[in-house]
Design a protein around this ligand. Structure first.
Ligand code: CTP
Length: 417
């Protein structure tokens, strides 16, 4: 069965397709049809301006449901919130710059606004606008704010725009929007073995500033942590990725993961604060970030100058708190803590010995160990790990793509419960 085939009745879900006023609104008909074909109950909520681009009768015919834009139709059945409360998924295609701004501000001056505010369903936006509007700092800030609240975005793509110009701003193709929406529904819906779980993953390398232009960093790419987050999303969990510095391609990939909430951080202290907040209601916490053990005792206000420091520069560093140890020590019932440890061990025995000492010190439930060196382990697509438990027992191992390793780690998490 492909994702676009009809689903059996029991899995028929309520999908709200919002349409806002851009030229790409004509393509929204394809989005509506895609969800109908997939067997879902589709309710279209266009804005007034969307109806200048696409006709209401078309939307009613394709969705097989009545269509209204008004807050004042169906008042008796409290339609302005009822649809949002019932929805299993809300897709807005196209999403104009104006709608992004309204959603970021939480405005609800039309049926689409009230429907989205009244809903706890996943929201997928398919922005479409001219390149200048997409790249405007106001739009960028609105998208970042919406993403930080867990709203998913697909596109825009780069290509020909209506005015004959070209650049990022083109709405993603209807079939891609439908596929992304169905993936979100499946996350909540499928036999995903992490359905109902809230998973928090840290990834990337922290950066500790020395002065306004310099920092102490490390070589973590964030790839393994992102793979854990992606695997958890695919298995139905609600996932937060606390992202220290990620390599550019990893950051771009993270931004594109539908349903993943990304919280960017810089220093170890920022990571600690973000993890504490995100981990409060988590059932699984995975510390894949490479966290700096030390930070500068003093951060210079201005650039450190050779004229002042001379031939030698001594930096005084102070210890950072250990986030993993803190989370493990809190021992919240029902919350499982997984650490990662990259060790420059010469063989597997030494790796296990270092890992056993580390988990004894930190107290995590599981510790994922891998060997690193000047050339191994960082930024590569593959990984090879062994996993030990709190008692130091070897409970599993995995080799292959970072995604395969991520899934194995999540299998071990589930086996542990
Ligand atoms: N970690 C953390 N807070 C720190 C340092 C590390 O939460 N200040 C976490 C990492 O995210 C990882 C685990 O601890 O999950 C192991 O990190 P690692 O750097 O290998 O451990 P350290 O305690 O720093 O040990 P070492 O002395 O080997 O550097």
């Amino acid at each position: 069965m492909t994702t676009q085939d009809a689903v059996p009745g029991a899995h028929r879900r309520t999908v709200v397709v919002g349409i806002t006023g851009g030229i790409a609104a004509y393509k929204a008909v394809g989005v509506v049809r895609g969800f109908v074909r997939a067997g879902h109950d589709v309710h279209v909520v266009p804005t007034e301006s969307a109806l200048r681009f696409v006709g209401l009768p078309t939307l009613e015919a394709i969705s097989r449901n009545p269509v209204t834009t008004s807050l004042y139709d169906g008042v008796a059945e409290v339609r302005h919130v009822a649809l949002g409360q019932r929805a299993d998924l809300i897709v807005v295609a196209p999403t104009t710059a104006n709608t992004l701004a309204k959603l970021a501000a939480g405005l609800s001056d039309d049926l689409l606004g009230t429907t989205i505010l009244a809903s706890r369903a996943p929201v997928l936006l398919a922005p479409a606008m001219h390149t200048e509007m997409w790249q405007h700092p106001a739009t960028t800030a609105n998208v970042a704010l919406l993403r930080s609240r867990g709203v998913a975005c697909i596109g825009p793509e780069t290509g020909a725009l209506t005015g004959g110009d070209e650049g990022p701003g083109r709405m993603s193709e209807p079939e891609d929007i439908v596929a992304a929406g169905l993936a979100l529904l499946q996350g909540r819906d499928s036999a995903g073995d992490l359905r109902g779980d809230r998973v928090v993953v840290s990834a990337g390398g922290t950066r500790e500033p020395l002065d306004p232009v310099r920092f102490l960093g490390n070589r973590s790419s964030g790839r393994q942590g992102l793979a854990v987050a992606q695997a958890a999303v695919a298995r139905g969990a609600e996932v937060v990725l606390v992202a220290a510095h990620l390599e550019a391609d990893v950051a771009a990939e993270a931004a594109g993961v539908v349903g993943l909430r990304v919280v960017p951080v810089g220093t170890a202290a920022e990571l600690a604060t973000a993890m504490d907040a995100a981990a409060k209601e988590a059932s699984v916490v995975v510390m894949a970030a490479a966290v700096a053990d030390y930070r500068a005792a003093e951060i210079a206000e201005r650039k450190i100058k050779k004229e002042d420091t001379g031939d030698e520069l001594t930096l005084r560093l102070v210890r950072n708190p250990d986030v993993l140890a803190g989370l493990a020590e809190a021992a919240v019932p029902g919350r499982l803590i997984v650490g990662f440890a990259a060790e420059t061990a010469s063989d597997r025995d030494e790796l296990l010995a270092l890992g056993r000492a580390k988990i004894a010190r930190k107290g995590a439930d599981l510790l994922v160990l891998n060997r690193v060196g000047w050339t191994d382990g960082f930024g590569t697509p593959d990984n090879e790990v062994v996993v030990i438990d709190r008692e130091g027992e070897l409970v599993g191992e995995a080799a292959g793509s970072k995604r395969a390793v991520a899934d194995r780690v999540l299998d071990l998490v589930l086996a542990r419960r």
